[in-house]
Design a protein around this ligand. Structure first.
Ligand code: SAM
Length: 247
């Protein structure tokens, strides 16, 4: 596929600029969340294998592996997976895989973290991601989706701002149109200018309940932050769904 034909999520997540813009969403944030999840779900390294869907460069996978879990991370971005693979071991694997396609292995725990959902124009593709999660779960396995809290994001949308990092300027503009939260990203790097975007369908709690039910997954709990505070539609930063494969 030529660069011009690439979708926004193929080009943006595969650039170094994505990692520079989000560099504050780092290992510390991932560790806090993972520690809380492991405690809440009562996970045991000796019993539980984990799949991290859309793992990026593997910040959650790598930390989970350091706690003793056997972890596989999959992502569409070849560059991110190559970087993640620098950490490969007997109990930590990374592979390029499109989450719309079923993955042929089963795990006790399947994760989809940091708004790695809702990227596709066709809603059936988003549902396919939930089907991938379902088919990758062993019977009684637990799934976790960590999504933005769309109502809170829309209410607090900052139309324009700029951000400087590594001598690069990011001019960001955001809007909410046709059910999508859009972020346009202009990158000024020395004398070069690049344009990228993010387009995430603004799914809400009720939408997830429907999709989980269609896929045959049973919702267990819902949290509103990485500290696992209770979910509040208006004020929570995150929408974190915990569900089970009852098969
Ligand atoms: C917001 S990032 C989150 C990455 C990682 N979970 C983290 O928290 O650092 C979203 C990730 O989804 C990946 N992605 C986008 N479309 C994908 C697809 N169709 N299949 C698998 N991964 C995809 C991107 O490459 C990117 O790494």
């Amino acid at each position: 596929m030529t660069k011009e034909n690439q979708t926004w999520f193929q080009s943006w997540f595969n650039t170094p600029y994505y990692h520079i813009l989000y560099k504050n969403r780092d290992f510390k944030e991932a560790e806090l969340f993972i520690k809380n999840l492991v405690r809440y779900l009562n996970l045991e390294p000796s019993d539980d294998s984990i799949l991290d869907i859309a793992c990026g460069q593997g910040r959650h996978s790598i930390f989970l592996n350091s706690l003793g879990f056997k972890v596989t991370g999959i992502d569409l971005s070849e560059k991110s997976i190559k970087r993640a693979q620098e950490n490969t071991s007997e109990s930590l694997n990374f592979e390029v895989h499109d989450m719309r396609d079923l993955y042929n292995y089963q795990f006790e725990i399947v994760l989809n973290l940091f708004t790695s959902f809702g990227y596709f124009d066709d809603e059936s593709d988003n549902l396919n991601v939930i089907k991938t999660i379902k088919s990758s779960l062993k019977p009684n396995g637990i799934g976790v989706i960590d999504f933005m809290n769309s109502p809170q994001v829309i209410e607090n949308l900052v139309a324009h701002n700029s951000y400087e990092a590594n001598d690069i300027t990011f001019n960001l503009s955001r809007d909410y149109t046709n059910g999508f939260i859009n972020k346009n990203i202009q990158v000024l790097d020395n004398d070069q200018t690049f344009e990228y975007k993010e387009m995430v369908r603004a799914y809400v709690f009720e939408d997830f309940k429907k999709m989980l039910s269609i896929a045959g997954l049973h919702l267990l709990d819902c949290f509103g932050s990485y500290k696992l505070d209770p979910y509040n539609t208006k004020t929570s930063e995150r929408l974190i769904l915990i569900f089970m494969n009852n098969d």
